[in-house]
Design a protein around this ligand. Structure first.
Ligand SMILES: Nc1ncnc2c1ncn2[C@@H]1O[C@H](COP(=O)(O)OP(=O)(O)OP(=O)(O)O)[C@@H](O)[C@H]1O
Length: 273
């Protein structure tokens, strides 16, 4: 992990208070289908927690509840003192929960720098009026944000692309730019939905190193949904395994990997795909 981490450590902007994320008895039903069935797990502060499982296991559903896109049918998700299940996505984002999606979501024509500045919107104090009137305080604030954007771009290794349109970057670098945009929100909890899907082996290694660096230098928590078991096993501090909406294993990566129920679930998938 450390040997792969070629990027410089990114200094935290300020001391971040990262509470545990406690998922308890989380249940989501769609019509007749139970996509999540009383699932519980705890993401320790400053850890990478992977949620894995065969296709249709309920991983995306779980992410969609954590980010407020889906409403839970039952159970709770607590982030420190806050109950997330009743909140809309923007309130959850305001608590410092940032998400990157499976598919590319950056505006393709905007420069990488401007796209990353969008990530800082939540932290911008100057109102639209001061910014529009080009008051000195607004210019000063913008300079501080642009410098932080540059720092974060350097950390994920896309600093030389800051002035290129996001859509012109190779796929792997666009994914890294999305990770950078999420980091620009100065999150306390990062939800990564298949961050290395579609990447070359080299890009995968680099992204895994960047994610490890985020945990180690920023101390924020990361929930990771990922099909690439190599990446999961190298990065995760703990793993929750879902199958047909149920939690079938939970623990350290090595223990979970050898758990007979997990092996059965994955072999079953191979046999049917
Ligand atoms: N909005 C929805 N409406 C109805 N059913 C849904 C909805 N979202 C998910 N499901 C169903 O819930 C179950 C779990 O799906 P989910 O996408 O969470 O699995 P997953 O583990 O993320 O799968 P994959 O690895 O293929 O992305 C599936 O049977 C799916 O068809």
């Amino acid at each position: 992990m450390t040997e792969d981490h070629t990027a410089a450590d990114v200094p935290p902007q300020e001391e971040v208070d990262v509470p545990a994320l406690e998922v308890r008895e989380l249940t989501v039903r769609f019509a007749g289908l139970t996509a999540l069935d009383a699932v519980s797990f705890t993401v320790g502060p400053g850890t990478v927690h992977a949620v894995i499982g065969p296709n249709g296991a309920g991983k995306s559903t779980c992410f969609n509840v954590l980010s407020g896109v889906y409403r839970a049918t039952g159970g709770s998700v607590r982030f420190g003192e806050h109950e997330l299940t009743a909140m809309p996505p923007h309130r959850i984002a305001d608590l410092g929960v940032a998400r990157i999606f499976q598919n590319l979501a950056l505006p393709p024509r905007a420069t990488v720098a401007d796209s990353l500045m969008l990530g800082r919107h939540r932290l911008t104090r100057t109102g639209f009026l001061a910014a529009g009137l080009r008051l000195p305080s607004a210019a000063r604030e913008e300079r501080v944000h642009r410098e932080r954007v540059r720092e974060i771009a350097a950390f994920v290794g896309i600093e030389h692309q800051l002035h290129a349109p996001a859509g012109s970057l190779p796929y792997g670098q666009q994914k890294l730019a999305e990770l950078a945009r999420a980091l620009c929100m100065e999150p306390r909890l990062l939800l990564l939905d298949e961050p290395v899907a579609g990447m070359t082996a080299d890009e995968r290694r680099r992204t895994a190193a960047v994610i490890a660096g985020v945990r180690d230098s920023l101390g924020i928590s990361i929930v990771l949904v990922e099909h690439d078991m190599g990446v999961v096993m190298r990065l995760a501090d703990a793993v929750t395994v879902l199958d047909f909406g149920r939690r079938i294993a939970d623990g350290a990566p090595a223990a979970v990997q050898n758990d007979p129920a997990v092996v059965r679930a994955y072999l079953g998938e191979e046999a049917t795909s």
